[in-house]
Design a protein around this ligand. Structure first.
Ligand code: SF4
Length: 355
């Protein structure tokens, strides 16, 4: 099976106050050096990749560099090639160039189509810009377009999210990722008094999103991911299916030749060393706990036989399942998966199962 390739593009125009992803302020000279460092690192891998994902940061800012990087990647036929894009930085010129270079999937960080919510998140775009970006991508020939939305943000209600999804349903999207806002340490949001919806409202918002997306033909396939049939993100599925991938760039993670490792969050080190320095992440890569933790994020869930094959104890797992309320999961003796209500408390369920 071919591996996936993740390339981190750690540049943004400015920092959103909730964001913990590694990125620095964009400047074109550093971007040029960064591109050279990525291409150097690609030489370490004699691989044909079947998925490539440019994540960030704001990858679309480096659209010229991405077109050049793609010339150095060996690809399987029909490879899925995704670029994350911010609505405010996407236009006909850069989207056309990316399409021509082979990119076939665009993932827009839309977050909401409610201007007040967008402002509260400190985003640079408004709803109109987001809609236009999706339409432009479609008109440039992209038929695999995804949108990220954020749940549990300031001022948000079940109704306001419903309105966002109603408007998104009119756009040529085939995938939506709905992430819960998480207040990360060391971000401006962590130091602010935010008027966030209470826990019960956030749960209601999540369950209503699951239902509404199902109603418009986007089935849930992971805690936060929904797609029309056949448009699930093949790259991200590799993470949850415990398949291997290579990560390039500061803060990138890899699962390669049975080992998990990561790169420091330091762009200067990355640019100034010939090949990126990596640190081993765990001694338990590919084991039963990791398998359970990742697969229980998927609506498909885990299979008991695979769990046992990876060293898990079926009886112990079944014993611990009896401690979990039944409406949080389904188990038919072989396949175990969480319900949408279970996804809301997945960390604690997984904690119980793996304790
Ligand atoms: S949310 Fe996206 S655009 Fe905002 S700082 Fe983080 S990576 Fe950059």
């Amino acid at each position: 099976m071919s591996r996936g390739l993740y390339i981190h593009i750690p540049f943004c125009l400015s920092k959103c106050p909730y964001c913990d992803f590694y990125s620095v302020k964009y400047n074109c000279e550093t971007a040029e050096k960064y591109k050279d460092a990525v291409i150097r690192n690609l030489l370490c891998y004699n691989e044909k990749f079947d998925t490539v994902y440019f994540g960030g940061g704001t990858p679309v800012l480096l659209w010229k560099e991405i077109c050049e990087i793609l010339e150095h990647i060996s690809l399987e036929e029909n490879a899925e090639i995704t670029v994350e894009a911010n609505p405010c930085c996407s236009d006909k010129e850069n989207l056309t160039a990316l399409k021509k270079a082979g990119v076939n999937r665009i993932s827009f960080g839309i977050q909401s189509l409610n201007d007040k919510e967008l402002m509260a998140l400190g985003r640079r775009h408004d709803a109109k810009t987001a809609v236009k970006a999706v339409e432009t991508a479609y008109n440039c020939g992209f038929d695999n377009i995804s949108a990220d939305i954020m749940l549990g943000t300031q001022g948000q209600t079940v109704i306001s999210v419903e309105n966002t999804i109603n408007e998104l349903s009119l756009l040529p999207l085939c995938h939506i990722s709905a992430y819960m806002l998480k207040i990360e340490e060391n971000t401006p949001f962590a130091k602010m008094r935010l008027a966030l919806p209470d826990e019960e409202t956030v749960c209601d918002i999540y369950l209503s999103v699951v239902e509404q997306l199902e109603n418009i033909g986007m089935h849930q396939y992971e805690i936060s991911n929904f797609a029309v049939n056949g448009r699930e993100c093949r790259h991200n599925l590799k993470y949850w299916n415990c398949e291997e991938y290579v990560g390039i760039g500061p803060a990138a993670h890899s699962y390669y030749k049975s080992e998990r490792f990561f790169v420091d969050r330091n762009i200067d080190d990355f640019i100034n060393t010939e090949f990126q320095a990596t640190h081993k992440e765990t001694d338990l890569a590919g084991g039963c706990d990791e398998y359970a933790m990742l697969r229980l994020r998927l609506t498909q869930g885990l299979t008991l036989s695979e769990y046992v094959k990876r060293g898990g104890n079926a009886e112990a797992l079944e014993r611990k399942l009896s401690l979990i309320p039944q409406h949080f999961f389904r188990f038919n003796g072989e396949r175990l998966y969480l319900t949408p209500e279970g996804f809301l408390v997945s960390n604690s369920i997984i904690g119980t199962l793996l304790s």
